[in-house]
Design a protein around this ligand. Structure first.
Ligand SMILES: *Cc1c(COP(=O)(O)O)cnc(C)c1O
Length: 440
């Protein structure tokens, strides 16, 4: 037999899976994993092509946008072109002492399209790192302006901000992925979760609760950090944007910075370009990631106002001591620019509205199914919440039988399809979500 060690593309799926089981750690899993993952051979448009059929399907319509990121689908000619064009110039150069066009243009573009007042951009390599940078900016700001005791963070329950240490400390402290570390993590302050419902009226009692916490802890609070409008991986809950205006006012009144984590919500997902736009507010610091590159490469951005940057830069140590090796990576920044151009070059609001209507039509009937607690839709996000934990393996299999890729968690079966999902594929995704809810 010829030596095929240097042709990984000829490895049969069974062999790949054996190696995967032996060596490869997957997200939030034990080693080895409890179930074999599906092997994806290629992807284009909204379809994932499997190396070998599963439940009789060799192609799956992607209901997950690869965790909120692939808004334009896979193998998109314009995004491919952005990467290969940049590849011919340079894949990477260090960012210390050097700069380059894609990173500069991306920073300028982000300043242009995000809420007015965000002026400066720190590029890093993942969402979690952008949250680390945001927290570091806020703590350092207060230290620089002579308020070094302001080191704590306030958030509301039900949030998710990533898996590195500072983000973990502001994830929901109960029932989440990081509960194990509650005694070890820095102890931050938690308000109750915001009342559910994008359209539910602002609850004065909840506003008073937020106010009392910010007021009581103003001397030690560096920042309030929340996901605006949609709490994603913490429970797929929506809230009235009015609470963001309340937080903005409280932060201004009591001298606390406001960080909005738009890593999941940014770039149109909720129906506004940024979820902060629903509230018409500007945070002091904003985190972007996930769909920033259209799902092509890992990249995040932390934006801040001139006040935050000036404060840091006038301090005793007038530098932000952070500098990831792959900061401003040319391939990632080039494809991010192309993805933003692609998004803004079309009537993306109409596409997101169309998907919202399709999800409402396809998912609402499931509200009467036994075991279903709630069905909710906002922008291009559809959620079925059960009254019990999902049996992930059987729910996933039920969706795959319908030709749909989903990744349920906890009591949630949810979808955030690529914006390019056509009406037929969208109806199929809804059938997959409903089938998974019935099976789970
Ligand atoms: C995914 C996510 C993160 C973490 O981003 P990574 O790129 O996975 O590190 C942080 N905040 C929110 C709101 C997210 O959805």
């Amino acid at each position: 037999m010829p030596d095929q060690r240097h042709s990984p593309d000829v490895l049969p799926a069974a062999e790949l899976l054996a190696l995967d089981r032996q060596h490869v750690w997957h997200p939030y899993g034990p080693m080895p994993g409890r179930q074999d993952p599906l092997v994806v051979a290629s992807a284009s448009g909204v379809r994932l092509r499997l190396a070998e059929p599963s439940e009789g399907q060799d192609e799956l319509v992607d209901g997950m946008s690869s965790w909120w990121s692939a808004i334009h689908g896979y193998n998109h000619p314009a995004l491919n072109e952005a990467v290969t064009g940049q590849l011919g110039r340079m894949a990477h150069v260090m960012f210390g002492g050097l700069t380059h066009e894609p990173a500069v243009r991306l920073a300028a573009k982000l300043v242009e399209i995000t809420p007015a007042g965000l002026e400066h951009v720190f590029l890093a390599d993942s969402g979690s790192v952008s949250v680390e940078v945001a927290v570091k900016m806020c703590l350092q700001y207060w230290r620089s302006v002579g308020r070094p005791a302001k080191t704590r963070l306030l958030t509301w329950r039900g949030g998710y901000h990533g898996d590195t240490w500072q983000p973990m400390a502001v994830c929901d402290p109960e029932g989440g992925m990081h509960e194990l570390w509650s005694g070890v993590l820095p102890r931050q302050l938690f308000a109750d979760a915001p009342p559910s419902g994008f359209g539910a009226p602002v609850d004065p009692a909840y506003v008073a609760h937020l106010r009392s916490l910010v007021e009581a802890h103003a001397d030690e609070l560096a920042a309030v950090i929340v996901e605006p409008v949609v709490q994603g991986a913490g429970g797929m809950r929506f809230h009235n944007p009015g609470y963001l205006r309340v937080l903005r006012e409280l932060c201004d009144e009591f001298g606390v910075l406001l960080i909005l984590d738009e890593i999941a919500t940014g770039f149109g997902r909720t129906g506004a370009l940024f979820a902060a736009d629903h509230a018409g507010i500007t945070p002091d610091v904003m985190c972007l990631g996930k769909s920033l590159t259209g799902g092509y490469l890992t990249l995040s951005a932390t934006l801040c106002t001139a006040r935050v940057a000036d404060g840091i830069s006038r301090g005793e140590v007038p530098v932000l001591a952070h500098g990831p090796t792959f900061m401003g990576n040319p391939l990632a920044t080039a494809v991010a620019l192309a993805s933003i151009d692609l998004l803004l070059g079309q009537d993306w609001q109409r596409e997101v509205k169309r998907i919202e209507a399709g999800l409402l039509e396809g998912l609402t009937p499931a509200a009467s199914l036994p075991g279903v607690k709630d069905v909710r839709v906002l922008g291009a996000i559809g959620v079925i919440q059960l009254d019990h934990q999902v049996d992930m393996s059987s729910a996933t299999r039920a969706a795959v039988r319908e030709g749909v890729w989903l990744r349920p968690f906890r009591d949630l079966i949810y979808t955030m399809p690529p914006f390019v999902t056509g009406d037929g594929d969208l109806a199929r995704i809804c059938r997959g979500v409903v089938a998974a809810a019935k099976e789970a």
